[in-house]
Design a protein around this ligand. Structure first.
Ligand SMILES: Cc1cc2nc3c(=O)[nH]c(=O)nc-3n(C[C@H](O)[C@H](O)[C@H](O)COP(=O)(O)OP(=O)(O)OC[C@H]3O[C@@H](n4cnc5c(N)ncnc54)[C@H](O)[C@@H]3O)c2cc1C
Length: 386
C-alpha cells in the first residue's frame, strides 16, 4: 500500500504535537502554516500542562523529561484577591514547595513549548512549509485538494485542520462559526520585571494572581522570560473595544479603563494595571458551541481550537489540543499498521473527541459565569482551599 499522504494545516501546539507523534510512529506528513517562519509573531503567554493532559502526551512523544527541565512548577502558585484588595489565598506563601514536588500543572511559555516541539522534528523544517495560507478544502476523485493563497496542493488522503480559531478547514465539515463569548480582555505586558517592575513582580508572585468580580476580572501571570502579562477583562458587548471611547493606542488608555471599570478596586489592583506598561493588546474572546459536532466526512478532520474553540477560563485549550493529537495519531497508525479503513478510524476518533470537548467546554462555560460574578473569587478560593 502506498503511504498515506497526510497534510496538517497549522503549526500550533495541536499540529506540532501531531507531527511529532506521527514522526515517532514513522508516518510521513507535511505541515502548512500561514506564518512566514516559526517565530514571525508573538507566541502568547504561559500555559499549564496537566499531568493527564499535555504531560501524558509529551511522555508518549518522548519529550516529558525535556519538558520538565524547561517548565516552571512554581508557576502553578495562585494568589486570589478580592476587588477591595483582600488576599483570600496566596500559595506563594503556603504551597510552593508542594507544587514543585507534585508537578501537577507546571507552567511553560508557549514560545518554549513551540521550541521543544519544533526541535523534536528530526526531519527539521523540511516537513513544514511556512508562508502557506490555506483558503479552503475540496474533495476531488476521493482525495482532498488544498487551495492556498499561492496555489493548489492536490490529492491528500488525510487533511487535519489544526488551524485554530478561524479554521479554513472547518467549513468543509460544519457551518458552525466562532461567536463572541461576552468577554474582552485588555492584555498588558510588563517586561524585564525583576529590574523595572519590582513591586509588580513581588505582588504577583511566582505564578498567577486572579481578581474576579461582577462583570470584570484582573488576571496577572508570570511568564518565564522575566515578563508578566496582565489581562484586565470586562463583560461587555462585542463592539465595546471600538465604541467605548477609549483610544487603545494612547498612553491614557489604561487610566480611562480604570476610571470606567475598575475605579472602586483596591489601589494595588489599579497599580497592577498601571505598572504593566510595556505593551497593550485588545483580545475579544470567541468560542464555538459547547456541543459542537459534525457528520464525519472521509479524509478531513479537525483538532484543537479548530475543532472546539473555548475561552481560557478553565486553562485546558492546549491540553485537550494535545490529547486530540495523541488520539488522532493512534487512529492514523491503526490504518497504517492494520490497514483499517481511515474513514472508520477517524470517525471513531471524532466521536471520542466530541465527548471530551463537550465536557471541557461545559466546565469552561461554567467557570466563565462564575469568574465574572460577584461571588466568583470566593468560589475560586473555596476550591483552592480544598
Ligand atoms: C489569553 C489566553 C490564555 C490561555 N491560557 C491557556 C492555558 O493556561 N492553558 C491551556 O491549556 N490553554 C490556554 N489557552 C488556550 C490555548 O492557547 C489554545 O487552546 C491553543 O493555542 C490551541 O492550539 P491550536 O494548535 O489548536 O491552535 P493555535 O495555537 O491557534 O495554532 C493554529 C496555527 O494554525 C495556523 N493557521 C491559522 N490559520 C491558518 C491558515 N488559514 N492557513 C495556514 N495556517 C493557519 C496559525 O498560524 C497557527 O500556527 C489560552 C488562550 C488564550 C487566548
Amino acid at each position: 500500500m502506498a503511504p498515506l499522504r497526510i497534510a496538517i494545516i497549522g503549526a500550533g501546539p495541536a499540529g506540532l504535537t501531531l507531527a511529532r507523534l506521527l514522526q515517532v510512529k514513522g508516518i510521513p506528513y507535511t505541515i502548512y502554516d500561514l506564518d512566514a517562519h516559526a517565530y514571525s509573531r508573538d507566541q502568547g503567554g504561559t500555559v499549564d500542562l496537566h499531568r493527564r493532559g499535555g504531560q501524558m502526551v509529551l511522555e508518549e512523544a518522548g519529550l516529558l523529561e525535556e519538558f520538565k527541565k524547561l517548565s516552571r512548577p512554581e508557576g502553578e502558585a495562585t494568589k486570589l484577591v478580592k476587588y477591595d484588595g483582600t488576599v483570600l489565598v496566596d500559595e506563594n506563601v503556603e504551597k510552593v514547595k508542594r507544587l514543585e514536588e507534585h508537578q501537577d500543572r507546571p507552567e511553560i511559555d508557549r514560545l518554549v513549548l513551540r521550541q521543544l516541539l519544533l526541535g523534536s522534528l528530526t526531519e527539521g523544517n523540511n516537513n513544514i512549509v511556512w508562508g502557506k495560507k490555506l483558503l479552503g478544502v475540496e474533495e476531488s476523485n476521493g482525495k482532498i485538494d488544498l487551495q492556498f493563497a499561492d496555489g493548489v496542493e492536490k490529492a491528500f488522503d488525510i487533511v487535519v485542520g489544526a488551524d485554530g480559531a478561524w479554521s479554513k478547514v472547518r467549513p468543509f465539515l460544519t457551518d458552525e462559526k466562532p461567536f463572541y463569548s461576552g468577554i474582552t480582555a485588555i492584555e498588558l505586558w510588563a517586561t524585564n520585571v525583576d529590574a523595572q517592575h519590582q513591586w509588580l513582580s513581588q505582588y504577583v508572585g511566582q505564578g498567577s494572581m486572579f481578581m474576579f468580580d461582577q462583570g470584570r476580572a484582573v488576571i496577572s501571570q508570570r511568564n518565564g522570560n522575566n515578563t508578566i502579562r496582565t489581562y484586565a477583562a470586562v463583560k461587555q458587548p462585542e463592539t465595546w473595544s471600538n465604541d467605548c471611547g477609549i483610544d487603545w493606542s494612547k498612553p491614557e488608555a489604561k487610566t480611562q479603563l480604570i476610571e470606567g471599570y475598575f475605579i472602586d478596586c483596591a489601589d494595588d489592583l489599579k497599580r497592577v494595571i498601571i505598572d504593566s506598561n510595556d505593551n497593550l493588546v485588545v483580545r475579544s474572546m470567541y468560542m464555538l458551541p459547547v456541543d459542537i459536532k459534525w457528520e464525519p466526512k472521509a479524509g478531513v478532520t479537525l483538532i484543537g481550537d479548530a475543532a472546539h474553540l473555548m475561552t481560557p477560563f478553565a486553562g485546558v485549550g492546549v491540553n485537550i489540543a494535545m490529547v486530540d493529537a495523541l488520539d488522532l495519531s493512534r487512529a492514523i497508525a491503526s490504518c497504517v499498521d492494520n490497514k483499517e479503513n481511515i474513514g472508520t478510524a477517524v470517525s471513531a476518533f471524532e466521536k471520542e473527541m466530541f465527548q471530551r470537548s463537550q465536557m471541557f467546554a461545559n466546565k469552561t462555560w461554567k467557570n466563565m459565569q462564575s469568574h465574572f460574578s460577584a461571588t466568583g473569587i470566593e468560589e475560586r478560593a473555596a476550591l483552592a482551599r480544598k
